[in-house]
Design a binder for this molecule. Structure first.
Ligand code: NAD
Length: 440
């Protein structure tokens, strides 16, 4: 099929590259010239496992093209994916200006039947509004469908190619047929294709993210309870997660969720609640607990250093909002680093992928270390803020040699407590008892 993808960010680039890899001819459009230049040279502007390889392969065989030219992309394509950003406005509702910039033009370029697929997360009713707007721009027949994206950054390619389900919000039979043809080879089973009306599909996306954010805030509250009662949240998570009604995912206690989706979509739901005169009490609490988790980690650091961080040398592992991404949008790690800096700590920071992005956006006088072991040099404590796999396999004997004090404050519960039984470290984590060195 001939496909255009408008907006080549985390969702659009992954969508474009994966569809090209499925054999489709894909034109990716963006208005960011610097990003396009990189992409045209085969360089991924974001870090996502497996992305670079697929990008290079499909660019080489010319199944994938990157351009600024929206008109030509629309003219040459049958299906047009809209993957534009919908960030939060100050009051929490999503800002649809980027989407509408494209919508205002797109119908004028139709030269035959076109299927517009909205992948951006949008308020209920937007797909129908887009359809109405486009109908005034063209004489050609078309359909607009809402097809929410559920990929997770850090495993986006894997998720795109192996989705739990594909939701398609449409009332058009032709759109249904085209998207079945597109998605069936990817998902393999017809049962995983879920068709519904546009409004329910739009609501489904927000409900999914709101529920996942709720799970995270819930387990963090239970972690705080465990901490006070000297129980171990790891065991509680295991114990409840094996219940099929609960499930094991998103039960990892820590410093809370971040990224470009959960905070924005929870804020949007709260704004939609205000719009309809409904108070989402659960989601208010989810948001509050999420902010509180960051503050709790800082409290732990302050408590350990007797409320004074001025001049303390602290190593930090992790800036990205989660492992396997360079994305620092709404990252709890970045919020914590910024706060520790304001409290006077001298910071030596390392992240495997997010250092460049952080250097670009953070205006802090901190040391960006070359690797995780350099970061801990002469540090009085190591603070872990992102769950990168390589941090899990760190050699503590190396840390012990170069740190000036053996203290780990772990905001991601990366290590089982028994790892510290024979290590001469103080280990402070979330929702679990503090481990102190046997010698103390
Ligand atoms: P992003 O900011 O990474 O990418 C958006 C891209 O659109 C950028 O490259 C930007 O330059 C481009 N763009 C902006 N205006 C444009 C215009 N007028 N013409 C052409 N290109 C333009 O955003 P993202 O994270 O990919 O998210 C896109 C949408 O998908 C959002 O609605 C988001 O909520 C949703 N979503 C994101 C994720 C995720 O994990 N990031 C997951 C599911 C859904």
């Amino acid at each position: 099929m001939k496909i255009a993808v408008i907006g080549t960010g985390y969702v659009g680039l992954v969508t474009g590259v994966c569809l090209a890899d499925q054999g489709h001819l894909v034109i990716c459009v963006d208005n960011d010239k610097a990003k396009l230049e990189l992409l045209q040279k085969g360089q991924a502007p974001i870090y996502e496992p497996g992305l670079s390889e697929l990008l290079l392969q499909n660019l080489a065989i010319k199944r994938l093209v990157f351009t600024e030219d929206l008109k030509t992309a629309v003219e040459k394509s049958d299906i047009i994916f809209l993957c534009l950003p919908t960030p939060s406005l100050p009051e929490g509702a999503p800002d649809l200006q980027y989407l509408w910039q494209v919508i205002k033009q797109v119908g004028h370029y139709f030269n035959g039947y076109k299927l517009l697929v909205v992948k951006s997360t949008v308020p209920v009713g937007t797909t129908q509004q887009i359809s109405l707007a486009v109908s005034k721009q063209t004489v050609h027949s078309f359909a607009v469908v809402f097809n929410p994206e559920f990929l997770r950054e850090g495993s986006a390619i894997q998720d795109f190619l192996n989705p739990d389900r594909v939701i398609i919000g449409t009332s058009s039979n032709q759109a249904r047929q085209l998207l079945t043809e597109l998605y069936l080879p990817i998902i393999g089973e017809f049962d995983k294709l879920i068709f519904m009306d546009e409004r329910s599909a739009e609501a489904t996306k927000y409900a999914a993210n709101a529920f996942l954010a709720t799970k995270i805030s819930f387990i963090n509250e239970i972690a705080n309870f465990c901490e006070a009662k000297e129980a171990n949240i790891d065991l509680v998570s295991l114990g409840i997660g094996l219940d099929l009604r609960i499930g094991p995912h998103f039960l990892q206690a820590g410093i809370g969720y971040g990224g470009s989706c959960f905070p924005k979509d929870v804020a949007a739901m709260l704004a939609f609640g205000q719009e309809i005169g409904y108070n989402f009490k659960i989601l208010e609490a989810v948001k509050t607990v999420n902010q509180q988790q960051r503050a709790l980690l800082i409290k732990k650091v302050l408590a350990f250093f007797k409320q004074n961080l001025v001049g303390r040398v602290l190593a930090v592992w992790g800036l990205a909002f989660k492992a396997n991404t360079d994305d620092i949008r709404e990252s709890p790690a970045v919020a914590i680093v910024t706060e520790l800096y304001k409290l006077g700590a001298t910071l030596q920071v390392f992240d495997p992928q997010a250092m460049l992005t952080a250097q670009r956006y953070l205006n802090l006088n901190i040391t960006y270390a070359n690797d995780m072991y350099t970061a801990v040099n002469q540090a009085e404590a190591l603070i872990i803020l992102t769950d990168w796999p390589e941090f899990k396999t760190a050699e503590f004997s190396r840390l012990a040699k170069v740190m000036s004090a053996r203290v780990v404050i772990d905001g991601r519960n990366l290590y089982p407590l028994d790892k510290f039984e024979n290590l001469d470290f103080t280990y402070i984590s979330i929702g679990r008892p503090i481990v102190t060195p046997k010698s103390s």
